[in-house]
Design a protein around this ligand. Structure first.
Ligand SMILES: Cc1ncc(C[n+]2csc(CCOP(=O)(O)OP(=O)(O)O)c2C)c(N)n1
Ligand SMILES: [Mg+2]
Length: 297
């Protein structure tokens, strides 16, 4: 399905949604003194488009059997994933305060235990796409209407299990499966190219039998065009290679390996929020959820 007619208004809404995800993730990692803010910022736009316009979900019924499934396979991007769940109405905003706290249920890697809307716990890289492919096979075999999406990091493409899943999904013609690769060019300690080069990644997916499209992972218009239109080829799984910037949205974090592990200090948080036009720091300013859930397709 293509984005609807009033798309410029909708794009502005989705951009604002992504901005709120960035703000929440910054506050959460600052509060919890936890890592991976750069990894969170690089997928804020992808998450906003998925939750805002693509996924058929109903926050009132997280276990609705016909829901689309999303697996955030790069499970270290937990803060932004929980923020998206709060925005989409799956968990109260108040719960975001539990992130990374002793005894809290929102752990530093994405967990499904006690968190409605999470399909599968992730964090050990290389497991999300294989599980997503298995789910997609179930839907195909049983003639069920739901789709499966997985967000995979570029560093995660170093895992052999990811490539087994890529083979498997093409073999079974799983055109109900979409992998979004967050191609931010940085791993935990160095660039992707210096760690283990992936190029030519798009051609590799194509050679493995996937419908492949490359997109600017921060261009809401293009992301909506692509993600609302999957599969890009009937009978093949879709790979969306999203070219992104680690730390996107905060100038002093963009493209810097440092922000894989370093949590923002209070002063850095204030500067980041200022750049994102979030106004003066109000660390526990939790907003009401916006209505983002679409189940009419
Ligand atoms: C199986 C496994 N090995 C190692 C790690 C440790 N680890 C956490 S994040 C990461 C790599 C981060 O880079 P990338 O996968 O590109 O994700 P990004 O932070 O850029 O989103 C690694 C190696 C892990 N989580 N799982
Ligand atoms: Mg990366």
């Amino acid at each position: 399905m293509r984005p609807q007619a009033n798309s410029s208004v909708r794009e502005a809404e989705i951009r604002a949604f992504a901005q709120r995800l960035r703000i929440q993730a910054l506050r959460m990692t600052n509060r919890a003194r936890s890592s991976h803010i750069g990894s969170c910022l690089s997928i804020a736009d992808v998450l906003a488009v998925l939750y805002g316009d693509v996924l058929r979900k109903d926050a009132r019924r997280p276990d609705w059997s016909d829901r689309d499934r999303l697996i955030v396979s790069k499970g270290h991007a937990a803060a932004v994933t929980y923020a998206a769940l709060a925005e989409a109405g799956f968990i109260p905003f108040q719960r975001l305060l539990e992130f990374g706290k002793n005894g809290g249920t929102l752990s530093g890697h994405v967990t499904h235990l006690g968190v409605p809307g999470v399909e599968f716990s992730t964090g050990s890289l290389g497991h999300g796409l294989p599980v997503a492919a298995g789910m997609a096979l179930v839907a195909k075999r049983d003639g069920l209407p739901w789709r499966v999406f997985a967000i995979v990091s570029d560093g995660e493409c170093d895992e052999g299990s990811t490539w087994e899943a890529i083979l498997f999904a093409a073999h079974h013609r799983l055109d109900n499966l979409t992998a979004v690769v967050d191609y931010n060019n940085i791993q935990s300690l160095d660039s992707v190219e210096r760690t283990l080069g992936l190029e030519p990644l798009a051609q590799k997916f194509s050679a493995f039998g996937w419908g492949t499209v490359e997109v600017d992972g921060h261009d809401i218009h293009s992301l909506r065009e692509v993600l609302c239109g999957v599969p890009v080829e009937r009978g093949r799984p879709t790979a969306v290679i999203a070219h992104t910037l680690k730390g996107k949205g905060v100038s002093f974090m963009e493209g810097k390996v440092l922000w894989h592990y370093r949590p923002p200090s209070d002063e850095e948080l204030a500067r980041a929020l200022d750049e994102l036009s979030a106004g003066p720091m109000q660390s526990d300013d939790l907003r009401l959820p916006v209505t983002m859930v679409r189940i009419d397709r």
